[in-house]
Design a protein around this ligand. Structure first.
Ligand code: 3PG
Length: 213
């Protein structure tokens, strides 16, 4: 497993963030650090995504910053240029994956079907985002695909919250989960970083308990 993916596995959860104002990335970084989860996937769902990545990387070099909702190679280029250490995509796009591999940028492509998983295996990728996890059958689907795809690990995302996190993380083919419940867009814009910190801390405590730390 690649070093960055190893770090993501060690965290157990990746906060999926949509940020409207890049200056808010500093408060977000403080909340993540104080809460004990130095990791964020900044999604390209807002115009501020690339500048938020740059701001967060500069203000908090200890945070593992990735880019999410990457739909095109051009967005991947912008994300990496801004400092993103890894790329997450909702669906499997061969060109985009090839670009990341050529640049040696860790990529976690989204998959939902066995066909998608096969495309990833053909690129020698073995850690994949299972998206949209809950809508695509959640735990039941992950258990079913563990048979034919025993060597593949997943980062389920989509519908994961503090309520079902334990169930997902207990599956042997799940290395971490992604989720937006930790960092609410409105809480960021209202500057409610203490609330974000509490949600992050709650998740970290749960993960530590699940993993016997
Ligand atoms: C993503 O961008 O990965 C998902 O939309 C996150 O899904 P969630 O909002 O249900 O956590």
């Amino acid at each position: 497993m690649n070093k960055i993916i190893e770090k993501i596995s060690a965290m157990g959860v990746v906060p999926v963030v949509a940020i409207e104002n890049s200056a808010d990335a500093v408060g977000l970084g403080d909340a993540l650090m104080n809460g004990g989860l130095p990791c964020a996937e900044i999604t390209f769902r807002t115009a501020a995504a690339a500048s938020a990545i740059r701001t967060l990387c500069n203000s908090h070099p200890g945070i593992l910053v990735g880019a999410g909702t990457i739909l095109t190679t051009s967005d991947a280029e912008k994300a990496v240029d801004a400092g993103a250490s890894f790329v997450v995509t909702p669906g499997f796009d061969s060109d985009l994956v090839e670009w990341c591999l050529a640049q040696s940028i860790p990529v976690i492509p989204g998959v939902m079907t066995p066909t998608d998983i096969n495309s990833a295996i053909n690129r020698k990728l073995n850690v994949l985002k299972f998206f949209p996890a809950e809508a695509a059958g959640g735990i039941k689907t992950l258990k079913a695909i563990s048979g034919p795809y025993g060597s593949i690990k997943f980062v389920p995302t989509g519908g994961i919250t503090i309520s079902n996190l334990e169930e997902y993380l207990s599956l042997p083919n799940v290395v971490a989960c992604g989720g937006s419940w930790l960092v609410n867009k409105d809480q960021i814009s209202r500057g409610e970083f203490d609330k974000i910190e509490s949600l992050v801390r709650e998740a970290v405590q749960l993960i530590d308990r699940i993993r016997g730390k």
